[in-house]
Ligand binder design. Structure first.
Ligand code: UDX
Length: 440
């Protein structure tokens, strides 16, 4: 059993801290945001993530998990310190690592004996060396530490399961002692024979970026194939299905849609492309994926405009789904944002509904009408657009929707509706890469 301190109680820090406490370690999750810590102590979980609340509760009751805003004290008590603070995107597309370096300074100042300092935040390659320097500059030379890069691969909506059942654990550690500490932290995963990849620091940092950028590339690829399918009369559903049966390709991340969003893919692809460019080895494939993604967002707007005979002016549009994907209330970089922005810019009014994200979207748009159900959202609408593949939208009562709408026009950017049913109900519809019906 180790004493662990996790600095940063955002998405990554909270899930990782709770997950590590569930592995049997004593974990202190700390944050300089005192109000956040106060609500966590109260049992309030600031994010919507399946399974997180019960995971936290279970480990708090077992006294393995605690919360504190006394960062220096928590560092002093720890064998392993995880850095899990944010690395937002700056105006040039680079990751801003100032919060990581500030934490490194605090760690240096609080270093009272050997510890493993481990970064979980997604950071540009080379950040580990800067963290080591910042700790050294602020600590007593007689106290030793090791640095480890241990990137996370948590999907929002499935983060708890991803933490406890990962496909692999990456440990960028350059001393055997540090590697052994990390093996101890992840002991239950060792027992389950989860593959552990032991690398140097830079390789671990690169694995995270290369993995996320590859998935983003895969999505942009199938989106572009879908767009071509529309022009040549092919069905992307079947294309993706058949491609996915090739073991070398795999069926995952081959679902065409309105373009990826969220807190990771948009930021990580840009950060990697920007770092590669600066290093003199531009990543043309990743730059292509980024461009294709932004084109895909605007292509959805164009599709809807075409369905409405070329203009949104004075029209009422039902936007179904606001989060960037189902299972989360996160709306960051959601394709629904570019859709709503275009609709408002072109003088449409928006009636939006999301099962869990209405409130979060009010931070972006206060001038749209938020509804409590699909049926309220489509009432008197000139068209409806599905932006998120929530299961609830798969089982909508299509005839009822048709009777509520002013004109029965649907854009299904997630390809979740049954095209035969739409056809039979007399709905004008379009989707991504499949058969469409654009005249009434
Ligand atoms: C991602 C990575 O999957 C995770 O490993 C990483 O550490 C954090 O970033 P996340 O952003 O939570 O996780 O979502 P993910 O499920 O990967 O989806 C990202 C975006 O791609 C969403 O907008 C989703 O709708 C879109 N997507 C995904 C598609 O459009 N098609 C697909 O086939 C898969």
């Amino acid at each position: 059993m180790k004493n662990i301190t996790v600095i940063g109680t955002g998405y990554v820090g909270l899930v990782s801290g709770a997950g590590i406490s569930d592995f049997g370690h004593a974990v202190s999750c700390v944050d300089i945001d005192e109000s956040k810590i106060a609500s966590l102590k109260n049992g309030d979980i600031p994010i919507y993530e399946q399974g997180l609340e019960s995971l936290v509760k279970r480990n708090v009751v077992a006294k393995r998990l605690s919360f504190s805003s006394d960062v220096p004290n928590a560092i002093e008590a720890a064998d392993v310190v995880f850095i899990a603070v944010g690395t937002p995107q700056d105006e040039n597309g680079n990751a801003d690592i100032s919060a990581v370096l500030k934490v490194a300074e605090t760690i240096g100042l609080s270093l009272n004996g050997y510890k493993v300092i481990c970064t979980k935040s997604t950071v540009p390659i080379g950040t580990g060396r800067k963290v080591i320097e910042a700790i050294k500059e602020n600590s007593d030379a007689s106290v030793s530490f090791d640095y480890v890069s241990n990137p996370e691969f948590l999907r929002e909506g499935a983060a708890v399961r991803d933490f406890t059942h990962p496909d692999r654990v990456v440990i960028g550690a350059e001393s055997q002692k540090a590697f052994d500490f990390m093996k101890d932290v992840y002991h239950p995963l060792y027992v389950n024979e989860t593959p552990v990849i032991h690398t140097n620091i830079e390789t671990a940092e690169m694995i995270k970026y290369a993995s996320n950028a590859f998935l983003a590339l895969k999505i942009s690829y199938i989106n572009e194939i879908a767009n071509v399918c529309e022009e040549v009369g092919a069905d992307v559903f079947k294309v993706a299905q058949a491609m996915g049966l090739d073991g070398r390709i795999s069926p995952k991340f081959l679902h065409p849609g309105p373009g990826y969003g969220g807190s990771c893919f948009p930021k990580d692809t840009k950060a990697l492309a920007s770092q590669a460019e600066a290093a003199g080895v531009p990543l043309k494939t990743i730059q292509g994926a980024i461009d294709a993604n932004s084109h895909q967002h605007s292509r959805m707007v164009d599709k809807l405009r075409i369905l409405l005979d070329g203009s949104f002016e004075g029209k009422t549009i039902a936007v179904l789904g606001l989060s960037f994907k189902p299972g989360t209330d996160d709306v960051r970089e959601s394709p629904s944002i570019s859709m709503i922005t275009a609709l408002l810019n072109e003088s449409a009014s928006v009636q939006a509904y999301d099962p869990v994200s209405n409130e979060n979207m009010t931070k972006f748009f206060s001038n749209i009408s938020y509804k409590n159900s699909v049926y309220d959202a489509v009432k008197d609408a000139d068209a409806a657009v599905i932006m998120t593949d929530w299961n609830e939208f798969r089982s909508m009562d299509i005839p009822r929707i048709k009777s509520l709408m002013k004109t029965p026009i649907f854009l299904d950017t997630r390809n979740i509706l049954n095209t035969s049913e739409l056809e039979d109900t007399g709905i004008v519809y379009d989707n991504v890469g499949r058969k469409r019906r654009t005249d009434s």
